[in-house]
Design a protein around this ligand. Structure first.
Ligand SMILES: Nc1nc2c(ncn2[C@@H]2O[C@H](COP(=O)(O)OP(=O)(O)OP(=O)(O)O)[C@@H](O)[C@H]2O)c(=O)[nH]1
Ligand SMILES: [Zn+2]
Length: 339
């Protein structure tokens, strides 16, 4: 007999008690172990707009529908962000004028963060549960900002999110020179050469993933997202009414269903401070370098000029070959964007 249902066999009333005590209201007994809000349903947060959350219930199921929700009082200190999985209760019909209540945030697989600037350690979460980041950069007009791309990369690697680089406007300039900086990073690179993006290629990359799209204004990110999200699209058709794609919305992130996955646009995300970034987290995405860096002096930044940096010493000694040299070089260029 396990301790869970262990009863006192000597208690003559044990059996009697269990059977005969009526439940005056016919409610289920409230025990300490009973989870709160048993009837809650899980939903995906699609966008956030002034304290209202547009969420999707029964994702991919027969009853999939969007619902507008507010957060329960007990969650007021926590941020609920696009991509979060939440439990909702109350009116979950999604009918006109209905409002459900978010009572729980499920554990997040990833969090993409930013701080207001690099000295600010107060971080804000931009998106939860994304597993890919599509970094959109133009080959020209506007000129590619290498440092900004490096900063996006740092944020992605720090969060354990796989970055993908999409270079637009290759009809205007050859991106080869710009790409040299990233040669050692194992990055998937997609090029787009007109206002007609490579949809099949992008869809293949996005399938089965939750991808957050980032990019500087004017690079052609909206052109990509618009091409990827046809209006006939099932969930987004409804969601558009809620989130007001094309209309004003104060949300800084919006989810669109695409290629059996999700793309999360970040039109309102301006600054991308990295005050919260931790080198060790970033290194985790570079297991080959991470193993060696374990032997570096404490606090080593592995940047050029670092004293007794194991990575630098081994590369200089030629022990890591050309590939190792390239990888360290790309890693250093990326991490230099933190300064
Ligand atoms: N030549 C060329 N122009 C492009 C390409 N992709 C987009 N454009 C143009 O670049 C301009 C900016 O594109 P958008 O999609 O609005 O850029 P965005 O990144 O969404 O910029 P914001 O809306 O400011 O956030 C538009 O005039 C597009 O037509 C491309 O591959 N080649
Ligand atoms: Zn080092």
């Amino acid at each position: 007999m396990s301790w869970i249902n262990d009863t006192d066999d000597d208690d003559p009333y044990a059996d009697y008690e269990a059977k005969s005590r009526p439940n005056p209201k016919g409610n289920k007994p409230r025990t300490k172990t009973r989870p709160q809000h048993e009837d809650a349903v899980i939903a995906r947060v699609l966008t956030v707009d002034r304290g209202r959350y547009s969420v999707l219930v029964d994702e991919d199921g027969p009853n999939e529908h969007p619902v507008t929700a507010a957060r329960a009082r007990e969650l007021r200190r926590q941020s609920i962000v696009t991509g979060d999985r939440v439990d909702i209760v109350g009116d979950t019909t999604g009918d006109e004028g209905s409002l459900a209540r978010i009572v729980r945030i499920r554990e997040r697989e990833t969090v993409l963060r930013r701080s207001a600037d690099d000295t600010d350690e107060v971080e804000r979460i931009i998106v939860a549960n994304a597993d890919q980041m599509l970094i959109v950069v133009a080959a020209a007009n506007p000129e590619p900002r290498t440092r900004l791309v490096h900063r996006y990369l740092v944020a992605a690697f720090d969060a354990g999110i796989t970055p993908i680089l999409c270079i637009t406007k290759t009809d205007l300039a050859d991106p080869a020179d710009f790409l040299k900086d990233f040669a050692g990073l194992d990055l998937e690179i997609i090029t787009s050469s007109s206002d007609d993006p490579p949809i099949a290629e992008l869809n293949a990359v996005l399938t089965g993933h939750s991808t957050v799209a980032v990019g500087h204004s004017g690079v052609g990110k909206s052109t990509l997202v618009n091409a990827l999200v046809p209006d006939a699209n099932r969930a987004t058709g409804h969601v558009n009414e809620v989130t007001g794609r094309g209309r004003h919305t104060s949300s800084s992130t919006i989810s669109y269903r695409v290629a059996d996955g999700w793309i999360i646009d970040t039109p309102g995300v301006r600054s991308f401070g990295l005050g919260h970034v931790n080198i060790d987290n970033v290194l985790r995405s570079f297991p080959d370098l991470e193993d060696i860096a374990a032997e570096c002096p404490r606090g080593c930044t592995h940047l050029p000029g670092s004293i007794e940096c194991e990575l630098i010493e081994r590369v200089e000694a030629g022990e890591l070959g050309d590939v190792g040299r390239l990888r360290l070089d790309s890693f250093q260029r990326m991490m230099a964007a933190l300064r």
